[in-house]
Design a protein around this ligand. Structure first.
Ligand code: NAD
Ligand code: WQD
Length: 338
């Protein structure tokens, strides 16, 4: 199958490329390297011993996108390209809407021009907002609480309307919970350009000596140990979910939103303990005030993914920490070293 992958050089994209190439698919990556490095693609080539086409361009560039899609003529698209920092989305909301919403609209129009009718989209559990009940199932009301989340909810709506209006179209909206970890080789992984916003990359940078200590944002939540509880999903499991979604999209029409998580909540303190075991050293922590906008708990109902995609997570928190640590310890400055 020919698969057009926007944002393929990024964290989740690069791991999905490994899975796609290993399964024998032909791939074209479309990425402007806004938050990624071509080194990641070189490492993917080394890991798989397979090549891929690469177009360096922006999803906001309608002409370039249409040209790339019509030239490649894919069977399906996986759409990772986007901006993802919640805090930053409050400061530069228009850039988020242009990239995440207009970029998605451009992509669908380019797919029409290239007569491509299958898309797998990177959505986020953040579209649910505050939990009205747990676990989050796909019927939970959509009520995002920040501009980033609203761009994802809007892009979902746009894709859903496109799928309704396009005969035989198939769209899968994958709502990721908290992707973490790295490829087991330690050759690719998450490489934040700035101070990490997310827990695991921050812990990894403390472990490797790039940061002095982790601030735990609140220990007075209504959870087992008072710290926030999340559904961490290994990025290699997440990559496999994309292949399952692509297979599903070949046999289904319409638009489905599907959670991608393990269904298990892990607290901040539990994750730190697992990381300490993986890296064999203590992680310095301090208790800090709650981070505005954070919720106590978030975890997925996973039955829809099992039913429709025949997919469930295989890797656990120890795998997540061990693989993250291998990546971080062998690449302390990320891809910058190459
Ligand atoms: P990432 O930043 O590593 O990857 C995004 C890729 O898109 C990067 O390679 C970047 O260069 C590219 N990109 C950004 N703007 C672009 C533009 N205008 N044109 C072309 N390419 C552009 O992020 P990731 O963690 O791999 O996330 C991938 C997708 O999954 C994003 O859409 C993100 O919103 C979504 N998502 C991520 C998480 C998470 O915690 N990592 C959770 C839920 C959903
Ligand atoms: C996890 C837990 C923090 C950092 C975010 C986005 C969401 C999605 C995934 C894209 C929480 C605590 C964190 C730190 C800490 N991204 N924490 N100290 O907030 O669940 O989700 O990333 O779609 O949209 O909101 O993930 O990794 O930031 O936080 O104590 O330095 O770790 O309070 O309990 P979150 P996270």
């Amino acid at each position: 199958m020919k698969v057009f992958v926007t944002g393929g050089a990024g964290y989740i994209g690069s791991h999905t490329l490994v899975a796609l190439l290993a399964a024998g698919h032909e791939v074209c990556v479309y990425d402007n390297f806004d938050n990624s490095s071509p080194v990641a693609l070189a490492r993917v080539r080394q890991l798989t011993n397979r090549d891929m086409a690469v177009v360096e361009a922006d999803v906001r560039d309608n002409d370039a996108l249409t040209r790339a899609l019509t030239d490649f003529a894919p069977d399906a698209v996986v759409h990772f390209a986007g901006l993802k920092a919640v805090g930053e989305s409050n400061d530069i909301p228009l850039r988020y809407y242009q990239t995440n919403v207009t970029g998605t609209m451009n992509l669908l129009a380019a797919m029409d021009a290239a007569r491509c009718k299958r898309i797998v989209f990177s959505s986020s559990a953040t579209v649910y907002g505050e939990a009205q009940y747990l676990p989050f199932d796909e019927e939970h009301p959509i009520a995002p609480t920040n501009p980033y989340g609203r761009t994802k909810a809007m892009a979902e709506s746009v894709i859903g309307d496109w799928a309704s209006a396009t005969p035989d179209a198939s769209a899968v909206l994958l709502r990721y919970f908290n992707p973490v970890g790295a490829h087991e080789s330690g050759r690719i992984g998450e490489d934040p350009q700035d101070i990490p916003n997310n827990l695991m990359p921050f812990v990894a940078q403390v472990a490797v000596g790039r940061r002095a200590k982790l601030s735990i944002f609140g220990d007075d939540y209504d959870t087992r140990d008072g710290t926030g509880e999340r559904d961490y999903i290994h990025v290699v499991d997440l990559a496999a979910a994309h292949l399952a979604a692509l297979e599903y999209s070949a046999r289904a029409v319409g638009c489905e939103a599907i959670n991608v998580g393990t269904g298990q909540g892990i607290t901040v303190k539990e994750l730190v303990a697992a990381y300490e075991a993986a890296c064999g050293q203590p992680i310095a922590v301090e208790i800090a005030p709650r981070r505005p906008g954070d919720v106590a708990s978030s975890y997925a109902a996973t039955t829809k993914a099992e039913r429709l995609l025949n997919w469930c997570a295989a890797l656990d928190v120890d795998d997540m920490c061990a693989n993250s640590w291998l990546w971080q310890s062998e690449n302390p400055m990320g891809f910058e070293g190459d």
